[in-house]
Design a protein around this ligand. Structure first.
Ligand SMILES: *Cc1c(COP(=O)(O)O)cnc(C)c1O
Length: 358
């Protein structure tokens, strides 16, 4: 393909859009320069205003909250479920006030939130649902791809995710009435897309917006990644399953906890974690692994306990599960090139650490 097109929405970006729309079955997919940008677009699209409230988990990445704080909204943090570590749908109704405008479920580790319950609450209260599916490309919930169930879905192609373009993301517009507005917001608030499509004879400033689209260089890289997506995800699922099988005996002895498998979903193998019995035990395990050149990292400092979270947001109820599990959770290495031997080495190191206990 010969193309001198380097700015956004050239032939490669269009191929990415088509791949996402065809594969995921979403209404409209728009590449962005990050998932953060997609979340910021979602906040503008839902017309989030100063004083509005948005319900989301505290156990998530900062962008899930920050995108709404930028519009002047207050993030209201709810607790997570102990089994999936996802937003506890039973806590949502208690957090709803007259100011609530949206629910932002985040699918941790590529495992789904209880989207049927969340969509039902949203419908009964007239709220938007914006899925933070940054970690969840190609995971499914009851047969639907994550990111396509809420009104809007946000994907990340950051290099730490499964499918990457260095920095990158996409907004999935599942509510057809929002598609045209999304295109305008993404093109600096202009109707440039309609101009290029020959629908208007000049383009002009029609709404607020910013530059949310990535260059064709990013689109081209991502295109090649998407073509390999099934293979990449199959490899990650294999590593995830191997970890799970290999460490199950420690879970059965009540020593550690592993990610729980949900019957109605298929995960994309984004990350693998274990939960130690105490924070102190986790610290010793991190050191034990580090001494064997294995990098294991924690997730997340809960947003409600962070300086900005305290300043801009508030917690709904006690977030005891969030505080407990985030203080004991440890992620193990998981990357595409990882061999069964690499996994075996990590498993052996973990088992060696717990050898005295079993
Ligand atoms: C990675 C991540 C983001 C941010 O993605 P970027 O593409 O780096 O902006 C947002 N939310 C969650 C849950 C993430 O894991």
């Amino acid at each position: 393909m010969v193309s001198s097109h380097l700015s956004g929405d050239g032939p490669f970006s269009k191929r990415c859009h088509a791949w996402l729309e065809r594969t995921l079955g979403c209404g409209r997919a728009l590449l962005t320069h990050s998932c953060t940008a997609a979340l910021e677009m979602a906040a503008i699209l839902c017309d989030i205003r100063p004083g509005d409230e948005v319900i989301l988990p505290s156990f998530t990445f900062v962008s899930t909250a920050n995108a709404f704080v930028l519009r002047g909204a207050c993030p209201v943090f709810v607790d997570i479920r102990p089994d999936t570590l996802n937003m506890d749908e039973r806590e949502i109704e208690k957090a709803v006030t007259g100011k609530t405008r949206a629910i932002v479920p985040m699918h941790y580790a590529g495992g789904p939130c209880a989207m049927d319950a969340i969509m039902e609450i949203a419908q009964s209260k007239g709220l938007w649902v914006i899925e933070d599916a940054a970690q969840a490309l190609l995971s499914t919930y009851q047969g639907s791809y994550l990111g396509t169930i809420g009104h809007l879905g946000c994907l990340s192609f950051h290099e730490t995710k499964n499918i990457i373009s260095g920095e990158g993301g996409a907004l999935l517009v599942n509510e057809s009435g929002l598609a045209e507005k999304a295109e305008v917001i993404r093109e600096k608030g202009t109707n440039r897309r309609r101009f290029f499509a020959g629908e208007v004879d000049h383009y002009t400033w029609t709404d607020i917006g910013s530059s949310f689209l990535p260059s064709e260089l990013v689109g081209a890289f991502l295109c090649a990644q998407l073509e390999q997506a099934e293979k990449i995800i199959a490899a990650r699922r294999r590593i995830f399953d191997l970890y799970h099988r290999s460490l199950r005996s420690l879970e059965e002895q009540g020593i550690i906890r592993l990610p729980s498998m949900q019957d109605d979903s298929v995960s994309n193998g984004h990350l693998f974690y274990l939960v130690a019995r105490t924070t102190e035990e986790r610290k010793r395990l991190i050191d034990h692994l580090e001494a064997r050149d294995i990098l294991a990292v924690i997730h997340y400092v809960p947003l409600h306990s962070s300086p900005a979270g305290k300043k801009y947001g508030r917690a709904s109820g006690d977030l005891t599960v969030t505080e407990d599990l985030s203080s004991r959770l440890l992620r193990l290495p998981l990357y595409y090139e990882m061999t069964d031997e690499d996994v075996g080495r990590v498993v052996e190191a973990v088992k060696e650490f717990y050898a005295g206990d079993s």
